[in-house]
Write a protein that binds this ligand. Sequence first.
Ligand code: GLV
Ligand code: MN
Ligand code: MN
Length: 407
Amino acid sequence: MIAAMLNAPTVLQRCEDLARCTEEPGRITRRFATPALARARQLVAGWMRQAGLEPRLDAIGNLIGRREGSGPTLLLGSHLDTVRDGGRYDGALGVIVALAVAERVGQRDLPFALEIAAFADEEGARFGTAFLGSALLAGRVSARWLEHRDREGVRLADALDAWGGDSSALDAPPRRDLLGYLEVHIEQGPVLVEANMPVGVVDSIAGQMRAFVTFTGTAAHAGTTPMGSRRDALAAAAEWIGAVERVGRETAGLVATVGDVEVAPGAANVVPGSAVVSLDVRHADDGARNAAVQTLHALATAAAAARGVEIVWAQAHATASVPCDPRLTAQLAECARMVTGVEVPRVCSGAGHDAVMLGEVAPVGMLFVRCAGGISHHPAEAVTEEDVAVAIEVTASLVEELALERV
Ligand code: GLV
Ligand code: MN
Ligand code: MN
């Protein structure tokens, strides 16, 4: 039995404990700047102290635990926020595995400081701002994001300040002291299940774009307004949503998703006056993604014009495709081979990760853990103790190897 088998049950139990920190009873929902996320952070801060790390909060609400060491800083971590009605492991697993790794490497002197980050917002589930937490470390927080509003109309800056963050201190310089960033994450897809492998190494992370498209027509009486004289915002949006799916299906390697629609006034007997529609577009090739986004923009304009409806296209977020660091990736792959006895798969991640932002300031390496059925962003997310033990072992071996290289 590998030594990490001792830590894996604790990792799973801690993910279970975090799942109880939720905005919605009976579901796992832990979005940015909510009391549920603060409770999760508090649990993790206690575990950081147990692992010999000194926790601190930064201006955006990231929790960062540090163990001093000579030289630069090796950063491990992932995020603590979730999508609405999400799973136990997306993000949380990476934070808790990082703590297990810190415990494995013990209190001995390392030729670098060790930090574990529990990022406050990777999903963008409340304000549409993916990677907000890790963006702070990369010096990439945009003042524009502070004006984003959630569904209840609360401004991001106001939510952050009321939550104990500091919206006036988000222009901190990028971290330049990082030796590297390592992130363990569930795969959120089927490659490892199909290959029957516990872990895989990430080669690159696909670029992505998110936008909110507002279709504005005229609200009118559903019984008295003739079909020919309507400006039905939802009918225009619906035509376009079909086109989004079609373009996604017809373009190799592209995924295009409408995940949220907000209709107003929202009554059975009123022609919809407005529809705000989310759009998420991803591709490993940035040129192909940009071309698809242009096509979708033109199709939205056409669907709206056919009904006398207007559109406003507001891009919330865009990141280019990010390669993981070739050297760290090769080292991770070698550690994984040593632990499992076989070559593990290389994967391009369709999901976004905090490593996207950290890639701007440090070499990044990512290890994926098999998740049951490849299911994620869903309460049925599941991992096994055995696979988690492998992930701890592989990551701890890499940390030890990085330490050896520097002595
Ligand atoms: C995060 O999970 C994302 O890829 O949307
Ligand atoms: Mn995630
Ligand atoms: Mn996610």
